[in-house]
Design a protein. Structure first.
Length: 96
């Protein structure tokens, strides 16, 4: 029997097919950068395709290699999707 691991990068909610819903707020919540698997989900790519694109230097946004890991900055993801790269305003007032 195989147990399914719960994704730590999956945003709350989802679509009818169980896939995540990636909106500007959810992408901003990832922080400054994210892993390649999450970036691939955002662009609706398989992980294998994402690795192939990175190897060809053809991933839709810049990818940073850190040792054996890849990190993808969030700001270029938002820009590539035509979303505002600035952080959303907080509901409790202006920043200090």
């Amino acid at each position: 029997m195989t147990a399914r691991r719960k994704s730590r990068t999956r945003p709350p909610g989802g679509t009818d097919d169980g896939g995540p819903v990636w909106d500007a707020e959810t992408i901003h919540a990832l922080g400054v950068s994210t892993d390649l698997a999450t970036a691939a989900q955002i662009f609706n790519l398989s992980l294998a395709t994402a690795y192939r694109l990175v190897k060809r230097d053809a991933f839709p946004v810049p990818v940073i290699r850190a040792g054996a890991h890849y990190r993808v900055p969030v700001t270029p993801i938002l820009t590539a999707l035509g979303l505002t790269p600035t952080a959303p305003k907080r509901a409790d007032g202006p920043p200090p």
